[in-house]
Design a protein around this ligand. Structure first.
Ligand SMILES: Nc1ncnc2c1ncn2[C@@H]1O[C@H](COP(=O)(O)OP(=O)(O)OP(=O)(O)O)[C@@H](O)[C@H]1O
Ligand SMILES: [K+]
Ligand SMILES: [Mg+2]
Length: 686
């Protein structure tokens, strides 16, 4: 998205986030993060104690210092809550700014809607309903999401994708879908509207980037419950400190107990949890992928199996005819003529390239002369295309096994040299297409397809992450094996029909694995819906876009690999900050509890490794450290932990070392430093 790329963290976003931090103090919003809600309650209690230190019973000796201490604790707690709110607000900020610019591309559109009598009326775009037929001419904005049913034109989708190069949209095939808010640059399109008002792609996108429809993901929920549990445990721990203190002859005031509690509960991760999730979705959006839910992004991080198409994903995709190979007694010339004829109305890249190569070799037909013939479009199910001639002759080209079956069904026999020549092409990684007239096979078209550069390395990375890659192709087993080997995928299935993909997904899921795939055609839709991560291409059919839980605006199927990396990074970041947060809390316990009891139990001096000035300054230093660690970690929460491909186990060990050990050490250093400052300022005995 052009607009998002330029929307960094501008001053406006920061100002807005500061305002929002106060707005989020509303308990109804705070309660969504139980840990931070406890801090807010603590803050209210110490605030009350600032007015009346004896509010909850007067057995604690009250001096003027008592009140001042309560005030200071209240202020620090208040700032802690604000920091947490700010983290969430700043993470939401970028999305809000982006939503604003998206909204601009939807205002005041009008549409030409078809009336039952076939004429058109001009209506506001907001009145369009699913199923309406509209006409758009060059220069106009497309007023609604839809499927082109007539015409072909170039469309500027930059409002949505940020990509300035126009794209072709036309009736039929997998490039038929148009998005409301984009602009038709040439020609004229008749479009069937596919979304009711408020449910358009743009509306959904605005909702998503704004976080309006953001719900806690299952993982996030589980972590929240864990954090709430920890909070409860510490509540009990802190509660028992008072009787212990009294037993050893001292007493601890309520503000100190609250301060201690806040230091011990996992406030760091509690404050940053939702920011981490929002930032993850945001990162996906900046890759021009729209995730329909945070759950989808998270699932991407847990994916075990990646199903990839061969053509266009692993290979460059415009398979081009490079050679004609006659079989049996047929001449090259007669094969070329038949091949070109079979491709005359075939608009696929494969079909076009056959016509091109034929022309180079001196064979060209004029479409108008065959207007009587019936065009048989290519389909992934039949894996053939061709013409039914006016005189009843049937001309087909297609996958060799499909043609072989076709011939046998028609009572013919395939020439002996077909297999050997097929194997030669397939063995080189090419796609052989057999050409047949009636039941007579004339020969083969050699379609060349090249593995995209860098694929091997990417699959190597995925393997290191423990992800299995499976290539799925309609091509023959030999071609598939050659390309699979060259690209370095773990497994492949060949001669696959769309329903085979579905079966593969179900098989993997039955073993408890999470599966990701990408697709664009209507026949991909069921599999896209079944997969845990279904990345639909923006150029794809509305059915595919509806079925997937992500849409790639650039329509690049290899993005699936990036999406998986972003999902992994999200999970790892969350894990790392949780580890850090809990390690921190444990360290704080050992840093401050000895200092607190020192007055009553001098023997604790042995444990008082930090030599903090006083128990008051120990508490305040820990509390201040606890607060400032939140904004210090916001950049990490937003950017994500740097991430290298490796197995989940090595990642875990690495993170425990860095964030666990780091989390234990950091408070000792930080608290000591703050204690020195407090002492220097003469506040240690407040
Ligand atoms: N235009 C066409 N006309 C006739 N046959 C075709 C045409 N395009 C492809 N085929 C044949 O149909 C097979 C299946 O095509 P399909 O597009 O379903 O899968 P694919 O492109 O081989 O693999 P992938 O699933 O990776 O895209 C191809 O392998 C090829 O043999
Ligand atoms: K804490
Ligand atoms: Mg294909």
């Amino acid at each position: 998205m052009a607009n998002s790329k330029s929307t960094g963290l501008s001053g406006a976003i920061v100002n807005q986030a500061m305002l929002d931090s106060f707005r989020k103090l509303d308990p109804r919003s705070m309660v969504k993060s139980p840990v931070m809600f406890v801090v807010e309650i603590g803050c209210v209690i110490t605030l009350l104690l600032s007015f009346d230190p004896n509010l909850f019973g007067g057995h604690y000796g009250v001096g003027s210092g008592e009140r001042a201490f309560n005030v200071v604790v209240t202020v620090i707690l208040f700032i802690t809550v604000l920091f947490g709110n700010f983290a969430e607000a700043i993470a939401e900020g970028r999305g809000k700014a982006q939503a604003e610019s998206l909204r601009k591309s939807k205002t005041d559109l009008t549409a030409n809607r078809k009336l039952p009598d076939g004429t058109y009326e001009n209506v506001p775009a907001t009145t369009l309903r699913r199923g309406d037929i509209i006409r758009v001419v060059a220069g106009e904005s497309i007023p609604a999401d839809g499927e082109v049913i007539e015409g072909l034109g170039s469309v500027d989708e930059s409002a949505i994708t940020g990509e300035s190069a126009p794209v072709i949209r036309g009736a039929g095939g997998d490039f038929s879908s148009v998005t409301g808010g984009t602009k038709l640059l040439s020609d004229e399109l008749v479009v069937r509207v596919t979304a009711d008002p408020g449910e358009s792609f743009l509306d959904k996108m605005i909702g998503l980037v704004e976080g309006a429809s953001r719900q806690k993901t299952p993982n996030e929920l589980a972590l929240s419950v864990l954090l709430a549990g920890l909070t409860l445990i510490f509540l009990i721990v802190v509660d028992t400190l008072d009787p212990i203190a009294r037993y050893v002859g001292g007493n601890i005031d309520i503000a100190t107990l609250i301060a201690l509690l806040v230091c011990l509960i996992p406030t760091t991760i509690g404050a940053l949890l939702s920011a981490i999730g929002i930032a993850g979705m945001d990162r996906v959006i900046r890759f021009n992928v729209i995730a329909k839910s945070g759950k989808a992004v998270e699932a991407a991080g847990d994916v075990n199996t990646l199903i990839l198409d061969k053509t266009g994903t692993i290979t460059i995709g415009n398979r081009l005819a490079s050679e004609f190979v006659p079989v049996g007694s047929h001449t090259e010339k007669s094969l070329i003529e038949l091949a070109v004829l079979s491709s005359l109305f075939d608009e696929t890249p494969e079909g076009r390239s056959v016509v091109e190569l034929g022309k180079e070799k001196g064979v060209a037909y004029i479409r108008e002369e065959f207007i009587e013939a019936k065009n048989v479009e290519f389909s992934a199910d039949t894996r053939m295309s061709g013409l039914d001639m006016a005189d009843g002759t049937v001309v087909r080209k297609g996958a060799v096994d499909a043609i072989r079956q076709f011939v046998q069904q028609n009572g013919g026999i395939v020439p002996d040299d077909l297999e050997e020549k097929t194997n030669r092409i397939a063995g080189e990684g090419g796609t052989p297409l057999a050409v047949v007239k009636g039941n007579d096979v004339y020969g083969l078209i050699y379609l060349k397809d090249i593995v995209k550069p860098g694929m091997r390395e990417r699959f190597e990375e995925l393997r290191k992450m423990g992800i299995k890659t499976v290539m799925c192709t309609g091509d023959n087993p030999l071609t598939a094996a050659t390309i699979a080997k060259e690209a370095g995928v773990d497994d492949f299935i060949a001669e696959a029909k769309p329903e085979d993909k579905m079966r593969l997904i179900k098989e993997e899921q039955a073993q408890g694995k999470l599966v990701a795939m990408s697709g664009d055609g209507t026949n991909d839709a069921p599999a896209l819906a079944q997969a845990d991560v279904g990345l639909a291409m923006n150029t794809g059919t509305p059915a595919a876009k509806e079925a997937g839980n992500m849409v790639d605006l650039d329509s690049d199927p290899t993005k699936l690999i990036e999406v998986v990396s972003i999902g992994k990074q999200l999970l790892i970041t969350r894990g790392a900050i949780t580890t850090f947060s809990i390690a921190n809390d444990v360290a704080k316990y050992f840093a401050i509890v000895p200092a607190m009891f020192l007055l009553y139990v001098p023997q604790l001096q042995a444990l008082n490794v930090m030599h903090l000035t006083s128990s008051r300054s120990a508490i305040l230093s820990a509390l201040i450290f606890n607060a400032i660690i939140i904004p210090l970690l916001i950049p990490l929460a937003m950017k994500g932990v740097r991430y290298r491909p490796m197995s989940a186990t090595s990642m875990l060990i690495r993170n425990i070392l860095i964030y666990g050990v780091g989390g234990v050490i950091a408070p000792f250093v930080g608290i000591k430093a703050i204690d020195l400052v407090i002492t220097a300022l003469g506040l240690a005995h407040i």
